[in-house]
Write a protein that binds this ligand. Structure first.
Ligand SMILES: [Zn+2]
Length: 153
């Protein structure tokens, strides 16, 4: 994302939009952009330096470490902040800085159930094992009901 300094008014400017995937090289590691990066930033120039504050969101498809299934996760950078000195060129490319922050917020051990929106298959399996006894008890209980019915007849 290139910013033209001449287009930034003295009072700064609010920018919102979408940017192409900044991490295409991570596809080989199982991280694939599931859409464009969305940004909302305030940007300004003061005393020979450029500042920017805002937030970034990048949906990515990750592979769960638990069940190995793919799922979509939104990388959020809630406090993207830049303060950089200007060295002459009339454009500043924010992409490398944005990319860095997106990477910092990429989960190292992604799990599909980390946001509670879904149950990981690996967690389900573990759960089933712990409740095996419970299920056996329930089965006995059901038989008990059946016995009562028989008695009533
Ligand atoms: Zn999972």
């Amino acid at each position: 994302m290139k910013v033209h300094l001449k287009q930034i008014p003295p009072e700064g400017v609010h920018l919102e939009g979408e940017e192409d995937c900044l991490i295409p090289d991570l596809e080989s590691e199982g991280v694939r952009c599931a859409g464009p990066m969305r940004y909302q930033i305030d940007i300004g120039v003061a005393e020979g330096s450029l500042w920017a504050n805002g937030s970034l969101k990048q949906p990515v498809e990750l592979t769960c470490v638990g069940c190995l299934e793919k799922f979509v996760h939104e990388i959020k950078v809630p406090a993207f902040a830049v303060h950089t000195e200007l060295h002459g060129p009339e454009t500043v490319d924010l992409s490398p800085l944005m990319r860095e922050d997106v990477l910092l917020n990429l989960p190292a051990h992604p799990r599909c159930d980390r946001e509670g929106g879904r149950v990981c298959r690996s967690a389900k399996t573990a759960e089933n094992e712990t409740t095996k006894e419970e299920r056996a008890a329930k089965r006995q209980h059901d038989w008990g009901k059946l016995d009562k019915l028989k008695l009533r007849r």
